[in-house]
Design a binder for this molecule. Structure first.
Ligand code: BF8
Ligand code: SF4
Length: 631
């Protein structure tokens, strides 16, 4: 394609897949949204409490307090904190799994250390002696230190030291420095127990702190040690959208989050024995493609194509050409169970954390990863013969995408352009120069999910188009990154034509797309580091930089945890979906007003469900930050 794919075209492809589904009586999220509409008004406003069995209590003008006497602000605040804690727990537990895999590494085992330099860099940062140690000895020692971040009895998260001094001071003054991750999650659940906190200030304060334990703790470890294990991403070209599925090949979809599963599946899909087996059953080979954050993980390290994002997960099965959809944890529709039964697709679950009816469970562990992955690939290949050719419908929609912009990679490409001295890590100064000179107006970190409450992908794609036309560079992760990829916004050749003159020039000089793929949702921790580096290199506090965060179609608890740590790091954050808080004027003021979290962290949230207005507000915010800096 020499132009972007439109949302209408994406929808037409989905509609043709839904027609395919109708032939076999498949259910769909589109239908289930209709069944669930209208949603419960109390739930939407956050004004229903069911944390004790005297309730559920619902707040109305006639019943302004629950049976225990809790008012609407306490109820909404508790719900918000619980939601955040769920997200922090999920993200951080993913990070913990990665630490266990690091602890299992050995020269001849299932997992190796692919980026020893990064391991040594972090070990030094954590004051762990590196001299004279075998790399695996060091890996195991660092893994134990990382696991201690979850439960250490004293002290704060190690990675907080990476933040600019100004940010660290704000956290210290406001009492926001997170302690051990598990402690922050437990404390949140303790605070929200019946008869504990009902004061908005305390509940929102803890929401920020547990969020920070995710962003600067669990997620950051997930990202950093995934890089140590599987390699730090560098720019790589791949393809995206549903057309990456191959009619004549065995299609295996990897879906979920933890790269320790998908890395192994990718490895065995390239195994000559498996390829020979695929040929023996009449396929041309084995095609792996990703969905959701797993797609981002394997795309940026191996150039594996990205089939789609959160609300496209049913689409891959609806093609009738999916031999297996292999999942680990998070964001997996239970609908994949019954849906896969309508086709020949094997739905393979692998984690005790995500057990789903109507799936085949192959318990995956670091110790047995190789044999597990091989068994799964074999199961998929052998399933090719069960494919019903009359049901195969792969929409011809495919884009090019350049992915893999870790902080290291961004610094490298931009430092290269400016021809300045590149030391081992480089600096963000060339990027800052582009911003201060006005060639770029600023940057937006666009993240998060799809949500049927917003026309799927529309908000991501249209906002990105609007922002790049205004010379605002975008960094993306998670399902937002895949929305961009599906449309063609990660294609350096196509997407630059939609940019303003300044951004277009930067893209041409650096040979980058205007939308930089930074990875999965745990990789939003990369964005925290980038913002910190920009602040340190410029001497400007994060909140004053013309950089903001945006999650226009978010849906999950993880997304709220992310929102809290992004804002608590000083980045004003724009949401397209209300986080169930509108029932409380006080909680809304704490999150979005001038007298709430802003006094602690210099940033706050803006919730705007009109997507056009959301874009205008971001641009306005960026321009006002520029004006305040006098640039
Ligand atoms: O962590 S963006 S739908 S896949 S929650 Fe889930 Fe949302 Fe996608 Fe990854 Ni993130
Ligand atoms: Fe009702 Fe209070 Fe129990 Fe909540 S904690 S359900 S408001 S009685």
């Amino acid at each position: 394609m020499d132009r972007l794919i439109t949302v209408e075209e994406l929808e037409a492809a989905t509609n043709s897949l839904l027609e395919n589904g109708k032939k076999v009586g498949a259910d769909s999220w589109q239908q289930r949204v209709k069944n669930q509409t209208p949603h419960c008004g109390f739930g939407e406003a956050g004004t229903c409490c069911r944390i004790c069995s005297m309730g559920p209590c619902r707040i109305t003008p006639k019943a302004p307090r629950g049976i225990c006497g809790c008012d609407v602000h306490g109820i909404v605040g508790r719900n918000y904190l619980k939601f955040t804690a769920g997200g922090a727990a999920a993200h951080s537990d993913h990070g913990r799994e990665i630490m266990h895999v690091l602890h299992q590494t050995s020269a001849d085992g299932n997992y190796q250390v692919k980026d020893p330099e990064k391991l040594i860099r972090i070990a030094k940062e954590w004051n762990i002696e590196t001299e004279g140690k075998d790399i695996y000895e060091l890996a195991h020692e660092v893994a134990v230190a990382g696991l201690m971040e979850y439960g250490k009895p004293f002290g704060y998260q190690n990675f907080l030291n990476r933040a600019p001094e100004h940010t660290q001071k704000l956290w210290e003054e406001a009492g926001l420095r997170p302690e051990a991750i598990d402690r922050e999650v437990s404390r949140s659940l303790h605070m929200t127990h019946m008869g504990c906190s009902s004061m908005p200030e305390a509940l929102i304060h803890q929401a920020l702190r547990v969020g920070l334990s995710d962003g600067w703790g669990g997620s950051m470890m997930g990202t950093e040690f995934s890089d140590v294990l599987f390699g730090t991403p560098k720019p790589v070209d791949t393809t995206a959208n549903i057309g990456v599925m191959e009619k004549d090949m065995v299609n295996i979809i990897v879906h979920g989050h933890d790269p320790s599963l998908s890395e192994m599946i990718v490895h065995y899909a390239n195994d000559p024995e498996m390829i020979a087996l695929a040929k023996s059953v009449g396929a041309k080979g084995i095609n792996i493609a990703g969905v959701c954050c797993t797609a981002n993980e394997v795309a940026m390290r191996h150039g594996i194509p990205m089939a789609g994002n959160f609300l496209s997960q049913e689409n891959v099965v609806l093609t009738g050409a999916c031999e297996a959809i292999v999942v680990d944890v998070q964001c997996i529709f239970p609908a994949l169970g019954p849906l896969s039964k309508c086709f020949h697709t094997k739905f393979v679950t692998t984690s005790p954390i995500a057990r789903i009816p109507d799936s085949e469970f192959v318990q995956f562990s670091a110790e047995t990863a190789g044999e597990n992955a091989k068994a799964i690939v074999k199961m998929a290949v052998e399933n090719f013969v069960n494919r019903k050719t009359e049901l195969v419908n792969i929409p011809d929609q495919k884009t090019n995408a350049r992915v893999g912009y870790s902080v290291e990679a961004i610094v490298k490409v931009l430092d290269g352009v400016a021809n300045s001295q590149v030391d081992t890590y480089g600096t963000t100064k060339p990027l800052l120069e582009c911003v201060t000179s006005g060639v770029l107006r600023g940057a937006v970190a666009m993240v998060g999910c799809n949500n049927p409450k917003i026309r799927p992908d529309y908000a991501h794609i249209e906002l990105m188009k609007k922002l790049i036309a205004n010379d605002i560079i975008i960094i993306v992760s998670g399902c937002s990154a895949q929305a961009a990829a599906k449309a063609g916004l990660l294609d350096p050749v196509v997407a630059k034509e939609y940019c303003g003159a300044g951004l277009k020039r930067v893209c041409e000089l650096a040979n980058i797309p205007p939308v930089l793929h930074m990875g999965s949702c745990v990789d939003i921790s990369r964005m925290l580091i980038l913002a910190s580096e920009l602040s340190k290199d410029s001497g400007i506090p994060i909140a004053q930089l013309p950089v903001v965060g945006c999650a226009p179609e978010w849906m999950s608890e993880k997304a709220v945890s992310i929102g809290n740590y992004v804002v608590a790091t000083g980045l004003d954050t724009f949401l397209g979906v209300d986080p169930y808080v509108r029932g409380s004027s006080e909680i809304c003021e704490w999150l979005t007003g001038e007298t709430g979290i802003k006094k602690w962290v210099e940033a706050n949230f803006t919730v705007e469900t009109d997507i056009e207005k959301l874009g205008d507000k971001m641009i306005e915010c960026i321009e006002s930050k520029r004006a305040a800096l006098g640039i």
